[in-house]
Design a protein around this ligand. Structure first.
Ligand SMILES: [Zn+2]
Length: 362
């Protein structure tokens, strides 16, 4: 499935030498969190992101998502980059990858743009308060914020002022639009097809700066993608709902005068969300599963082609998990096979397509 080509006007720092003879491009990104070595599930997502951009000859950028400092492990960024290169991937900002931890000023600026739109308010609720006041949404544990502090601000603005003046700990939330036809967000996902979310009912007012002062994931991703000119986003399907929220944040930022560092306000990104990969016990893969991380697999002599071949099979790009180089998948890359058939997968040692090196690690 080819997407419509968009005007290419990127003129951001560090990319002046990117060669784009056609004068048009999409921009994809890797956005790993340096909280440990990459595992098979990360490689699967990175392969999909890289193929999506590079199969069209387009730009690929690396961003290190180290804004959540408690989770960051020193040196993990370098190991991840080394693993990515070893796997056969490349990216255009190799000389100066983006680090979220260096971008506080941009996030402050974004917060000001949102504030100018009147969509922010302080929230004094604890997790327990929110859990007590809301019903979890259809089975996935997601809780729509019940709007407690939005009502507080509306009904008792003096009380809110007093609490702020006294220094009560609070997060900042972005308000969803009021009930109207505009409150629905639509996008056509490359894998899951047409998506529609009712923002107030299914997403709810969301934290964009946490009570501990850290900027929320949902805000920084939107700001970074705008600043990098990213318009090709590939990630797990657990973020489908986040996409609806991020599209709203993006809309509010641009309405608030946000000027992307890349110098141009680009069209909404294309999104491809991927089926999730579980471990043999049916749980999401986690970085603590050491036997499946790149460090362990490389130490055991597993080759990049073996790992890529298995991930290509997960992405339904190949009928078997035979070894293949990442570059060997560029020519006939398409989302169509995955779009046609995309249940979540579990790593199963008894599946004939599970290679021996992986079965040994499970
Ligand atoms: Zn609250």
């Amino acid at each position: 499935m080819r997407r419509p080509v968009r005007a290419y006007e990127y003129c951001g720092r560090g990319f002046e030498n990117a060669s784009h003879e056609r004068g048009i491009a999409v921009t994809g990104r890797f956005a790993p969190t340096p909280s440990g070595r990459m595992h098979i599930g990360n490689v699967y997502a990175m392969l999909a992101a890289w193929l999506s951009a590079r199969s069209q000859g387009d730009r690929m950028l690396l961003r290190v998502e180290d804004v959540d400092k408690p989770r960051v492990i020193a040196g993990a960024d370098q190991l991840m980059m080394d693993d990515l290169r070893w796997l056969g991937f490349d990216w255009d900002n190799a000389a100066s990858p983006m680090y979220q931890s260096c971008r506080t000023e941009r996030y402050e600026y974004a917060l000001e743009c949102l504030r100018s739109q009147g969509v922010l308010y302080p929230c004094f609720c604890s997790r327990t308060d929110i859990r007590a006041a809301s019903a979890p949404n259809e089975g996935d544990g997601f809780m729509v914020y019940p709007g407690t502090c939005r009502r507080l601000l509306h009904e008792q603005p003096k009380e809110v002022q007093a609490r702020l003046a006294r220094g009560d700990q609070h997060s900042m939330r972005i308000a969803m639009p009021p009930s109207s036809p505009d409150r629905n967000v639509y996008f056509d996902d490359c894998v899951y097809g047409p998506q529609q979310y009712d923002l107030p009912r299914e997403v709810g007012d969301s934290v964009i700066r946490r009570a501990d002062g850290l900027f929320g994931y949902q805000l920084v991703v939107v700001v970074d993608d705008l600043d990098m000119g990213v318009d090709d986003v590939v990630r797990g399907r657990d973020l489908l709902r986040s996409t609806a929220l991020q599209m709203w944040i993006r809309q509010c930022l641009l309405a608030g005068g946000f000027e992307p560092e890349c110098g141009t306000a680009i069209a909404d990104p294309e999104y491809a969300h991927l089926p999730l990969i579980d471990n043999a016990a049916g749980r999401r893969l986690a970085k603590r599963e050491r036997s499946l991380d790149m460090g362990a697999l490389r130490a055991r002599g597993v080759t990049p082609e073996q790992i890529i071949g298995f991930c290509a099979w997960l992405l339904r790009l190949r009928p078997t998990s035979e070894p293949v180089a990442a570059s060997g998948l560029l020519d006939d890359f398409s989302w169509n096979p995955l779009r046609a058939n995309h249940p979540d997968r579990a790593l199963d040692p008894t599946d004939p397509n599970t290679p021996q090196w992986l079965a040994d690690a499970l």
